[in-house]
Design a protein around this ligand. Sequence first.
Ligand code: SF4
Length: 344
Amino acid sequence: MTATVVAPAPAVDLDLIVKETYAELSDVLVQYDASGQRHPHDLSASLVGGCTRRAAYAAAEAGGWQPVTPEESVTSFIGTALDDKLMPLLAQRAGGQHHVPLVANVGGLAVHGTADLLDHRGVADGKSVGERRLTKVRELMWPFLSHWYQIAFYTVAARQAGHPAPAMRWIYIDRSTGDREVIALEFTVEALRAVIARAQEIRLWAETDPGAAPRLGPVDPRRPNRSRAIYRGPGRNYTCNACPFLKKCYGQDAEPGVVGAQRNVIHDDADMEAALEAYSQERETATAASDRQAFWADCFVGKPPGIYGRWFYGRTSNNALVGKALSAMSDKQRAAILKEYNQR
Ligand code: SF4
């Protein structure tokens, strides 16, 4: 038997290797993030489901924007890498197309983007998320609102391009465990109305005064009376931190991640009055919500643990009593609960 000869390795500095590898990784992620940045005037389908003022600035092609510093965004890298690999395979399997450029001409705006997947059932989009967001989606069995608008606009675009696109789909994948949930919704007349109304709202602000557009998200088509999401400025909201119009919107001293520029929202006594009123309303809403939740929790007391329709009522692993949607549990947790309570 011949002895394996291994050449002596040079001396190594492991600390240096770790530092170098970290630096290389950071470089690659920053470069990747920079390569994916869009022009601030790019009115994409993902933008229209977010801040109204941000979308109005884009539609008006407003000046005064600043380049956004690219980040070491591992999550967006993983999300795109997943989509890049997964969507071509899904498209092949379903006889559809992947990464399809689309433009929706609606309400006087041209909203464009690239749909992950388009087949005979309609547009589908892959969303890689963390565990908490996946749980939220399962509880609601509805996509996040910005995701809903994105695919609704794509669906309009697909139909304008001659595809029947009867349904909308969101494929949520937990990027750490691979756990997944698919949400499918019919594209209804109400959905079309919501898309048109959203495009009209953005266009109206873009043509009048984009800087006065509300720092609010879109209306929820299922719950139109619900408060709209507030874009609370730097240090309070990730979208604001990464917004090229941050200084135009919150003042020249606004810096990504730094709370304080919110003070620029108040210019005079009338603004102060409005802010105090909004603060008071929010407090009342939060208190009322917590009171209502406490009321329902009191109603459960003494009731036997078990499965009630799509809900589980009982003790979790940390022994707390909870009411939780079965759909919001992991497959393993749900199987254990179904086994235990169906056997009673
Ligand atoms: S800074 Fe925030 S609130 Fe202002 S336009 Fe940008 S996303 Fe909207």
